[in-house]
Design a protein around this ligand. Structure first.
Ligand SMILES: *Cc1c(COP(=O)(O)O)cnc(C)c1O
Length: 421
């Protein structure tokens, strides 16, 4: 059996059938913004391997960080032991995230960091002798990962909650914010979540959402004012606020964190994806000293979580170099340039009869079609055009590595225009 047939017969790929799977393309190697296929064809990567590869593939500095750390140790347990890569990374993350976030919990994937955030919130109220505060409130069209509790705060429709009926924790869903990122604020936008908070705050541990940019749930950008108002409501009703910055973190939206578009601070924040520049799976959950202290004074005295690969030294070492790399150049200007170019080249699609909307923020460009696209056909067409763009539903979108050059961006946007026509 050749490789691709073996893959087709035995290996699960994300969100596709095992009996009639979408085709996969065999990648031999990757360098910079290019994926190199088995047949020698090179594709410009427009996806950053799902938000993560911000500095490109096979990066010299990140390779060196990995090799240097490998020669010391690739992993040790974190129970009873510690190491420099974790200490350095914690220092960096505490320094660059909102100032109230002083305690950090490392885990091995974004979904797990969301589980950790939710457990922190619930254990916090448990420790404050309010165990009935154990539900979550979120907004529709969100995405927070695929583990059970994370899935329970993903959009109920696109997350297909009905399939897991009975085993799915039931949470509260407010309407998706409708006021766009740069649109004039209108307080009617916050009414839905406000009402739920007023009526149910006694059962709600925390509000969890993706600040500013909703990613996999619909690629939607909403007003910072929504979050500023939400912070006040959470304070008023004694509900914690969790920001999931797993997709938005490390510059993607034009600010280091999407939170920086607001004038507030969350109580808990999740980081992942671009944290290691797409090299290894690593995530972090940050919280306040107050929450950490309360949990430690509660019934359990400890926070009930401890993954085997917690703070994996190899991943932490790469993350440290990845953050240093980001700060070694004018990343803000770089993202601004990508944003300007995406605006110039994609906005012309707004008048296309097949296109419903075009929206751009930072290094994210979204073309929303009127009808869902045929993924298999489009995927092949994009590959034929020498680009890697993976649409879903009605959305064709770009989030390229930050190191992409203007001509390469043009190749991506031209491919989108060609494919639409
Ligand atoms: C990808 C993502 C997650 C899940 O992260 P994994 O590493 O895939 O488990 C959670 N939240 C958001 C906003 C994400 O984009």
């Amino acid at each position: 059996m050749d490789n691709l047939n073996f893959d087709k017969n035995h290996i699960w790929h994300p969100y596709t059938s095992t009996t009639n799977p979408l085709p996969v393309f065999y990648v031999k190697s990757a360098k910079g913004v290019y994926l190199k296929l088995k047949n020698g064809k090179k594709l410009i990567d427009g996806m950053s391997s799902w938000w993560s590869v911000i500095h490109g593939y096979n990066n010299k500095e990140l390779n060196k960080a990995a090799k240097d750390q490998l020669n010391k140790m690739s992993h040790i347990m974190f129970g009873g032991l510690t190491h420099q890569p974790a200490i350095d990374l914690a220092k960096k993350l505490i320094e660059i995230t909102p100032s109230n976030l002083q305690k950090i919990f490392f885990s091995d994937s974004g979904s797990v960091s969301v589980e950790v955030a939710i457990k922190m919130a619930i254990q916090y109220w448990q420790s404050k002798k309010q165990p009935q505060k154990n539900k979550l409130l979120t907004i529709k069209s969100g995405y927070h990962g695929d583990t059970f509790k994370a899935m329970s705060v993903c959009d109920p429709e696109t997350g297909m909650h009905h399939i897991f009926n009975g085993s799915m924790p039931q949470n509260y869903f407010a309407e998706q914010p409708k006021i766009r990122f740069s649109q004039k604020w209108d307080s009617s936008d916050i009414l839905s979540i406000k009402t739920i908070l007023e009526d149910n705050n006694e059962n709600i541990a925390a509000v969890i959402l993706e600040p500013i940019v909703q990613g996999a749930g619909g690629m939607w950008f909403y007003s910072p004012q929504y979050l500023n108002n939400l912070r006040n409501l959470c304070n008023k009703h004694n509900v914690l606020l969790i920001f999931d910055e797993i997709a938005t973190g490390f510059g993607r939206t034009g600010k280091l964190f999407a939170t920086n578009y607001t004038n507030i601070q969350p109580d808990i924040m999740c980081l992942g994806k671009a944290l290691t520049g797409g090299y290894l799976s690593l995530a972090a959950t940050l919280t306040t000293s107050e929450i950490a202290k309360t949990i430690s004074q509660g019934e359990a005295k400890v926070f009930m979580h401890g993954p085997t690969f917690m703070a994996n030294p190899l991943a932490c070492a790469i993350a440290n170099t990845n953050i240093e790399l980001l700060f070694s150049y004018d990343w803000e200007n770089k993202i601004k340039n990508i944003e300007n170019q995406l605006n110039n080249e994609l906005n012309t699609l707004k008048t296309n009869t097949k296109v419903n909307d075009v929206r751009i923020l930072g290094a994210i460009g979204v073309v929303e079609m009127k009808e869902p696209v045929n993924m298999a056909i489009l995927q092949q067409k994009f590959v034929d055009l020498g680009v890697w763009i993976r649409p879903f539903g009605k959305l064709i979108y770009l989030m390229p590595p930050y190191i992409i050059k203007p001509l390469e961006i043009t190749k991506l946007t031209k491919a989108i225009k060609k494919v639409i026509d």
